[in-house]
Ligand binder design. Structure first.
Ligand code: TYM
Length: 326
């Protein structure tokens, strides 16, 4: 029996290099060795203000993005969260075992409630409980995510433990799987790469766009002139080299930076070429999927069908344990 993997991304527009390195590249590595379920979490995306008319397009684009990045639907299950109603049902059961205080201390809740101070809803507070339901509905044991989601996976463990203590051991405690690209900074070199901060490179960007964005990105702040020696260990561009460049190239770039043998622009040029090379097939597959809406809808329908079946089984078990089955 293959171990089950579950992960998801909010449909908030095009995928960026942070999503790719923090999550999707790790998903692809697990496709052949694990039973992988990947979700487009639209019910999470509606916990902050959004435009309803844009949502169907964002969902389809997220699915196309997954597939373009190599999440091959023939080797895993891809579906939309709201297509399987059991997610919200299980979240409600979990709401009755998890204390409010656990949710109030979540970092993402604090950040988002500051950012959307006019819109601090129950949904925003309850967000991690729905995430716990996503994972536990499928009894997934491994959750490949970026570092920012680790706290939410720990909450899912708390939820599983509390439910099991109260009603009997139904749910395994899932573990986060964090890869080498766990926390990608944006081009400003300061904040996490994100769509909202507009400090990102999208996975479908052209080589020219990648170069344009990288050319103005922040490097080692202490290296002011071409003749200054730099420190790759504090340079955000070098941290991207670690994820996109070969070991030999990393060593050459680091040495050139430390000795002022190469300038920041030279270093960025090499990085831009390597990112463009890795993302070329993603861009091509994404373009090819543009006219294939029926294919994508078919993948999502099939995914929802398989997930619905698993989900109904888990709900039956949970209800029986809770005394809700007659
Ligand atoms: P979301 O949509 O914010 O991000 C999706 C995935 O991308 C990772 N990520 C990053 N990794 C490294 N550096 C970055 N700058 C960066 N930005 C984003 C995130 O860590 C995440 O893995 N709550 C989740 C979605 C979710 C989920 C789930 C995940 C809902 N249910 C169940 C796992 C299991 C979220 O908002 O991710």
């Amino acid at each position: 029996m293959k171990k089950r993997v579950f992960s998801g991304i909010q449909p908030s527009g095009i995928l960026h290099v942070g999503n790719y390195l923090g999550a999707i590249r790790n998903w692809v590595e697990l496709l052949d060795t694990h039973d992988c379920i990947f979700c487009i979490v639209d019910l999470h995306a509606i916990t902050v203000p959004y435009e309803p008319a844009e949502m169907p397009g964002r969902i389809l684009d997220a699915a196309a993005g997954y597939i373009a990045c190599g999440v091959d639907p023939a080797r895993c299950t891809i579906f939309v969260q709201s297509d399987v109603h059991e997610h919200t049902e299980l979240a409600w059961y979990f709401n009755t075992v998890i204390p409010v205080a656990y949710l109030e201390r979540m970092t993402q809740y604090k950040e988002k409630s500051a950012q959307f101070s006019e819109h601090v809803t129950m949904g925003l507070l309850d967000y991690p409980v729905l995430q716990a339901a996503d994972i536990l509905l499928y009894k997934a044991e491994i959750v490949p995510v970026g570092e920012d989601q680790v706290q939410h996976i720990e909450l899912a463990r708390d939820v599983a433990r509390k439910f099991n203590n109260r009603y009997g051991g139904i749910f395994p405690e899932p573990a986060a799987r964090v890869g080498s690209g766990a926390r990608i900074l944006g081009l400003d070199g300061q904040a996490k790469m994100s769509k909202t901060l507009d400090n990102y490179i999208a996975v479908t960007e052209t080589p020219e766009e990648i170069w344009r964005k990288l050319s103005t990105a922040v490097t080692d702040p202490a290296r002011k002139r071409r003749t200054d020696r730099g420190n790759p260990d504090v340079c955000n561009i070098f941290s991207l080299h670690r994820l996109f460049s070969s070991a030999g190239e990393q060593a050459r770039v680091a040495e050139g930076c430390r000795t002022a043998g190469i300038g920041c622009l030279d270093c960025k040029r090499i990085l831009a070429d390597n990112i463009a090379r890795e993302l070329a097939p993603v861009r091509e597959r994404h373009a090819a999927l543009k006219g294939k809406r029926d294919f994508i809808e078919g993948v999502l329908r099939e995914g929802a069908c398989r997930c619905g079946e698993i989900a109904r089984g888990t709900i039956r078990e949970a209800k029986a344990a809770m005394g809700l089955l007659r």
